[in-house]
Design a binder for this molecule. Structure first.
Ligand SMILES: *Cc1c(COP(=O)(O)O)cnc(C)c1O
Length: 233
């Protein structure tokens, strides 16, 4: 078995252990940012189908390279308005929507022949200034806006816990995201996705109700620093 296949198997074992018999469906998004297309192929050969990318130029090159592979592409980076067209044309999901304008651009540029773009609204549950996301309490308004746009399908919420290493704080942040999603459902919107949990904290995320995990390092190993030329997303 290849190292990537072994790592995938180990991550899946940890996921089922963390679920403790709960049978809810979990989507594992393998985060391939900075890694070459060959590593995506290796994961695909091991059965992986969902892939996450952060940087538009790098991602679009890889998606083109891998055209023909049955894969679902998730944009999980910070999205600038001037990249919305490329993202909407090439990706299946966007996890980081945190303003109405971005949602409008994604909807407008969604190619007519494609299914609506699946969108998660990002909530800044750790309230760190450096992180994107709407404030807790503002997610419902943006979710309604997304749900009303023809090119988009509102799917749920995405969040990142603080990198504090403090288990109780991390659990509280994930719990906050889950309650935000519950409030959105109570308001009558359909939503099936709670995108939370990375290599460092996915077990805590699962304990708080995650349905989608975004995991890079545990599958592909540590990332090299990004080459300077690739610039901003
Ligand atoms: C890079 C990244 C991940 C994956 O992080 P790992 O720690 O490598 O698992 C998940 N989510 C987002 C938004 C990321 O930018």
């Amino acid at each position: 078995m290849s190292p990537i296949a072994e790592n995938l198997q180990e991550v899946k074992r940890r996921i089922s252990e963390a679920l403790q018999g709960d049978r809810r469906a979990i989507t594992l998004v393998a985060v391939t940012k900075t890694h070459p297309a060959a590593m995506v192929r290796e994961a695909h050969a091991a059965g992986q189908r969902d892939f996450g990318e952060n940087y538009v130029q790098e991602a679009v090159a890889k998606i083109r390279d891998l055209a023909g592979l049955d894969a679902t592409w998730h944009f999980i980076g910070t999205l600038q308005g001037n990249k919305a067209r490329e993202v909407s044309e090439h990706f299946d999901w966007v996890h980081g929507v945190d303003r109405p304008r971005t949602a409008e651009l994604l909807s407008r540029h969604r190619p007519a022949g494609k299914a609506p773009l699946s969108v998660c609204v990002q909530v800044n549950v750790s309230e760190e200034a450096t992180k994107g996301g709407v404030k807790p309490g503002e997610a419902l308004a943006l979710a309604r806006h997304v749900a009303a746009l023809p090119g988009l399908a509102f799917r749920g919420l995405m969040g990142m816990a603080s990198p504090s290493g403090d288990e109780a704080a991390i659990r509280a942040e994930f719990a906050l995201l889950r309650r935000e999603l519950e409030a959105i459902r109570a308001a009558g919107l359909e939503a099936d996705t709670l995108s939370m949990g990375m290599t460092q904290d996915f077990e805590a995320a699962l304990a708080e109700g995650a349905t989608m995990l975004r995991i890079g390092t545990a599958i592909f190993g540590a990332r090299e620093p990004r080459p300077a030329r690739q610039g901003a997303a």
